[in-house]
Structure formats: structure tokens, C-alpha cells
Design a protein around this ligand. Sequence first.
Ligand code: SAM
Length: 242
Amino acid sequence: MSFRASFITLYPEAFPGPLGVSILDRAREDGLWSLDLVELRDFGLGKHRQVDEKPAGGGAGLVLRPDVAAAAIDSLPKDNRPIIYPSPRGVPFSQEIAQNWTSGEGIVFFCGRFEGLDERVIEARNMIEVSLGDYVLAGGEVAAMAMLEATLRLMPGVAGNHASVEDESFSGGLLEYPQYTLPRLWEGRETPSVLTSGDHKRVDEWRNQQSKALTKARRPDLWAAFPHGPELRASETDDEHD
Ligand code: SAM
């Protein structure tokens, strides 16, 4: 069964954007996933199809109305897909969440705008708030597309070489090792000789060690959570970082 992504948005012209190129476009043509858009404005009220109102209690900006948002959500067929509201207040998005989403039927994304969505519809439609990071975007479209892209590329058959998504940052709890290609000498900088030695065991060991060193240096949070990471002797990760 194909994975179905629905986006509720005020800006359908933002789609498919980056979802319409390269491996994701090919996967859509191959029927691995589908995309449909629900235009929030179609459910707006009155002559001007109004979707927003001033915040109760005063303050800056406008808030999306719960009745309009609910009508848009309810126009979709009832199924088991989670309704995701991309929001800076949500749980931080991660590779683990993306991996979990791949086993479902798909996702409904409600793309917020203005000051966001009336709290009551978030509760009434069991929406799950998920954040792309600790900053504020103008709307949920970019966040929703980023989350979907991260999810789709983990699905079997989407990335041409599935090994490439199994062996990359976050998959094993570590950041990826540094990558090199031709030419071997560029602006006086040489590709590490181990990578051109043809010795696959040494290459694997070098990459593993580099991943650990990078993770330890750049992401102490990941390193602390990596099984046995903090207990590894410092010498195992410090010396060969460069
Ligand atoms: N007033 C809101 C707040 O302070 O939490 C921010 C509203 S923002 C201008 C408009 C919309 O952009 C939000 O409703 C949400 O859908 C989306 N958005 C903004 N930042 C986001 C983030 N870091 N992650 C996911 N979605 C985000």
C-alpha cells in the first residue's frame, strides 16, 4: 500500500517543492507514496473566506480558527494516519520519529500560519505537535516538507542504495565520518591514505573511530546516549580526530 501524505495549507503553491525532485519524485512516480493538498482557504468563512481571527485576550497577530481548521481536517477520509501539527512547541523531530513514521499508512500535516492554531482544535482532533528546531519559521510548510522528506528517504525502495541511509548520521546513534572523493590531492590537502589503501577492515575501523570522535566533540548529548560511549577510553576518540 502506498504511503499517503496530505498537507492542509493556505499556500498550496509551495508544494511539491523539494518533494518533487530526485529520488522522492521517482518514488512518487513508482507509486511508493502520494501527495494531496487541502486548501484551508476553501473552508474559510464568508465572502472573504476568512480563516483567522484576533487572539482572545488580545495581543499581536492572528490565530487560525478552530472551526475552519476542523472542517479542513474532517474533509479527509477517516483513517489511522496521525495528524501532525508542525509547531515550535512540539516534540523535537528526529531520525527516530522519521523511522517510526515509515511503518504507518501516511501522515496528515496541518501547516500553521500567523500566531498558530486555536488550542481547542489541537486537542479535539488529537493533533501531535512536532518541532523542526528551536527557532520560529513563518509557517509550517517548510517544516512539514522537511519531516516528510526525512521519512520518505528511509522507506525501502526510495533511496537507490538503501545501505546509504543505514550508514549515515543518527542511524547508529553517531554522526557520520568525514567523506572524501577525487581528486586525491586538492589545494594541498590529501585524502587520508587509509581510504585509498584498499584495506576494507582498516577503512571500517577508521570510519568508526572518526564517527565516535566527531560525535564526542560536536554532540556531547548524542555521545552520552551512545551505548558505552562515555566509558570508552578518551584515547580511543581524541588522538585521530584530524
Ligand atoms: N506563535 C507561535 C509560537 O510562538 O510558538 C509561532 C507561530 S509561527 C510564526 C507560524 C507557524 O509556523 C506555526 O503555527 C507552525 O506551524 C510553523 N512553525 C514555526 N516554527 C516552527 C518550528 N520550529 N517547527 C515546526 N513548525 C514551525
